[in-house]
Design a protein around this ligand. Sequence first.
Ligand SMILES: Cc1cc2nc3c(=O)[nH]c(=O)nc-3n(C[C@H](O)[C@H](O)[C@H](O)COP(=O)(O)O)c2cc1C
Length: 170
Amino acid sequence: MFSKKEFDNVVNERFSCRSFKPERITTEELNYVLEVGRLAPTAKNKQPERIIVVENEGLLERLKEATPCTFDAKTVLIVCYDKNECWIRSTDAKYHGEIDATIVATHLMLAATAINLGTTFVCAFNNEILKNVLDLPTNIEPVCMLPIGYPKEIKAHNTRLDLEDIVIYK
Ligand SMILES: Cc1cc2nc3c(=O)[nH]c(=O)nc-3n(C[C@H](O)[C@H](O)[C@H](O)COP(=O)(O)O)c2cc1C
């Protein structure tokens, strides 16, 4: 069993890291993060997430055409979903791939924190440019980017609203 304290540490210590040391994370660290992402729940267990790992220098540079938010990380994950594979709710035809990919990305962020890596959930990108740069087929839809690396400095996460501001009892 894991302890509550260990869980609390990971949740409390995660922060949006936007500045990285120049070294690339190891393959072992990358694989740990990806493996935790693999265990995320998805609607009807359809697992439509597709995670693109960019470590190639030229491609990392080209990602900057799509976003100002790679923060010069040497590893950038682009979390996508396959529109042909995700669960579609029959009552209103809502595609759930974006929700699935977001939950996967949350696993990835917390896994990174657990092994002292830094990352940020990035949505500020030009989707069309990103799809072009990555040469994505039309069924693969990017949801977020996660630049990952060793934090240059450890920061606190942003402040949050109080529970009474976000929880509604009825
Ligand atoms: C859906 C979403 C999109 C975000 N997009 C960006 C982004 O494009 N660039 C960025 O620097 N941070 C981005 N963030 C990070 C948030 O700004 C950050 O999580 C928030 O300010 C709270 O700070 P914390 O993560 O340190 O607690 C995004 C976060 C979420 C959840």
